[in-house]
Every structure is written in structure tokens, then in C-alpha cells.
Design a protein around this ligand. Structure first.
Ligand SMILES: Nc1nc2c(ncn2[C@@H]2O[C@H](COP(=O)(O)OP(=O)(O)OP(=O)(O)O)[C@@H](O)[C@H]2O)c(=O)[nH]1
Ligand SMILES: [Mg+2]
Length: 307
């Protein structure tokens, strides 16, 4: 709509040739104004709808806070939705077109290890996403920012794969989602002739030794994705804030021995800690953690987010 708005001028030139007299407007100009108003109304309507979507997805994310979350990212048409379909045996819309996916879809999956995770599909990235599009896709991108793990799906058969990989990394940096754990998944291996596939694999293995090479179409090597996720899950860490009374000395010293302390602040009768703790250890002491965990509050006041 924003794009249409900026292109309105040239649209009614055939009518503009009919001149309006002094103080009157030609029919071309009038039509442009009507169109502009219509588009502006539509933009307002869509913006408020987007706010609604964002609110809903925020609530949903909150309710899944304790579940390990994986987000699929990648260049448009890389095969993200197809990968998700196969991983979770679902039937999302996939198509050989750009931007087949326009909203976030989240599916849950139970791994062989019996752990439940959620996996979200997202819109594809492209080179130079215009800023107003980033705003529209904020809800989707928020999912990416908050994910515990990113699966970066790459179309290995595409001649521009390295350029596309760079674009995705760049976009992740721009939305400040480059701190997360990431697994690169090389997809569409069925499209490469065998010798070319072996050559690419050998080359890519140097930089990405743990990456799965798969085909979402045939399902080849799909177990490798699940194994890679399980591995990351086993080593993943939870970022939490705790307020612990001083008498819990044993628990406090346990944390100093087992967690990475990011911030600490001593009060009269308690200590507030922001820590990173391996998920396994968090689970082992789940009751104590839940008892003292502070949700959605930061130890130090954060700088207000720039809009
Ligand atoms: N041959 C082959 N085709 C695949 C494979 N994975 C996906 N495709 C096809 O590639 C096209 C794009 O797949 P999608 O899953 O829609 O891609 P996407 O990354 O979700 O795309 P956007 O939502 O547009 O960003 C579809 O036609 C899929 O059938 C694969 O492993 N092999
Ligand atoms: Mg898709």
C-alpha cells in the first residue's frame, strides 16, 4: 500500500490531459485524491490489524516461555515452510514464489528425547528489506529475536547461496537477532547432481562441520536436523533474573559455582542476580528457580528502545 501510494502520480495521466479550469481540478487529479484517501484508509486499517496480531503473538509467546523455541530463518524460497512441514508433519502453504509465507506459524514437536519444543516459520528475508516492511513484519521478527535457536535454511542448489547467506546474517544483525545459537541447514540437496553435491558438502563442511545437508522434498537426512536440535537443546542456557533471600546461602553459592553471573546487586536481605544457567541445571533445581525467578523485570533499568 505504501508502495502504491508513492506511485499514484503516474496512474491517471490519461485523464489529466483534460484540464480543469481556474479554481477547478481536472478529473485526473480528483481521481488521484480519491485513490490516495482510499489507500490511506486501508493503511490505517491494516496498521491497527497488525497491532492486534502483535498483541496476540506476544501473549502466545509469553505462554510458551518455558518451552525451547526454534525459529526458521532464511532467504525467501529457501524451503523454510517445507522444512517445517516435514519436521512437524503439518501442511503449511509452500510455493515456488517469493514471500509464500507472510505470517508466523508455530507448531510444536516432541523430540526423540521426549522434550517438547516449538518451531516457528517466518517470512523469508530478501536483500535490503525496506524499513516500512520491517515495521509490518515486526510481530514475525519478534519471534525470531526471542527464539532460543535459529535454523537458517539455505537453498544449496542456488547459485547465489553465499550472497543470500550474507543477506540473512545481515538482516539478523539489523533486527538484533545475531546473538542466538544458530544451525545452518543446507536444503534441496536433491536438486544437485551427485558429484556437485559432494563437492559443495566438502567445501561447506569446513566452516559448518555440524550442519545437516537435507532435502525437504525427499526427506533425506532429516534425522540430522532433529539430532542437531537435540544437541543444542542439551547445551542451551537459560537467561533469568532471580531475587534470593540471604538465608538461601547454599542455593546462592550453587549459582556462583554453576551459572554465569551477568549482573548482581546486593540488598539488605536479598541478592538480585541476572544469570545464564545451562537448561539441564535449571531443570534439576526447577522448584527453587521458579520460587525466586523474577519475570520480565530487569536488574538495571534498560535504555528505552529506539523506535
Ligand atoms: N526440489 C526441492 N524443492 C524444495 C525443497 N524444499 C522446498 N522446495 C520447494 O521450494 C519452493 C519454496 O519452498 P517454501 O517452503 O515455500 O520456501 P520458503 O522458504 O518457506 O519461502 P517463503 O515463505 O517465500 O520465504 C517450493 O516449491 C518447495 O516445494 C527440496 O528439498 N527440494
Ligand atoms: Mg514459507
Amino acid at each position: 500500500m505504501q508502495y502504491n501510494l508513492s506511485r499514484l502520480k503516474g496512474r491517471w495521466t490519461h485523464l489529466s490531459r483534460i484540464e480543469g479550469g481556474i479554481g477547478f481540478r481536472g478529473p485526473g487529479e480528483k481521481q488521484i485524491e480519491i485513490d490516495r484517501r482510499r489507500i490511506n484508509d486501508r493503511i490505517t486499517h491494516l496498521k491497527s490489524k497488525l497491532e492486534g496480531i502483535e498483541q496476540i503473538s506476544k501473549t502466545k509467546r509469553k505462554s510458551r516461555k518455558d518451552i525451547f523455541s526454534v525459529s526458521l530463518v532464511g532467504y525467501t524460497n529457501a524451503g523454510k515452510s517445507t522444512v517445517l512441514n516435514r519436521l512437524t508433519s503439518s501442511h503449511l502453504y509452500t510455493a515456488d514464489q517469493l514471500f509464500a509465507t507472510l505470517e508466523t506459524i508455530t507448531r510444536s514437536k516432541t523430540l526423540e528425547t521426549k522434550e517438547r519444543i516449538v518451531i516457528s516459520d517466518t517470512i523469508g528475508f530478501i536483500r535490503k528489506i525496506p524499513p516500512y516492511l520491517i515495521a509490518s513484519f515486526h510481530a514475525t521478527l519478534q519471534e525470531v529475536i526471542e527464539a532460543d535457536l535459529l535454523l537458517h535454511v539455505v537453498d544449496i542448489s542456488h547459485h547465489k547461496l553465499f550472497e543470500y547467506m550474507d543477506t540473512v546474517s545481515q538482516t539478523l544483525k539489523e533486527i538484533q537477532a545475531d546473538h542466538q545459537e544458530m544451525i545452518l541447514v543446507f536444503n534441496k540437496i536433491d536438486l544437485l547432481p551427485r558429484n556437485q553435491y559432494m563437492f559443495m558438502k566438502k567445501k561447506l563442511r569446513i566452516d559448518y562441520p555440524d550442519s545437516p545437508f537435507v532435502s525437504a522434498r525427499t526427506g533425506e537426512n532429516f534425522d540430522d536436523i532433529e539430532n542437531a536440535i537435540s544437541k543444542k537443546l542439551a547445551h542451551s542456557k537459560k537467561n533469568i533474573i532471580l531475587k534470593i533471600p540471604n538465608q538461601e546461602q547454599k542455593f546462592i553459592s550453587y549459582l556462583f559455582d554453576n551459572a554465569e553471573i551477568i549482573e548482581k546487586r546486593y540488598n539488605n536481605d536479598s541478592v538480585r542476580l541476572r544469570i545464564k544457567i545451562p537448561l539441564q541445571k535449571y531443570k534439576q533445581n526447577y522448584i527453587l528457580f521458579r520460587k525466586y525467578e523474577i519475570r520480565n523485570k530487569s536488574v538495571a533499568k534498560r535504555k528505552p528502545k529506539r523506535k
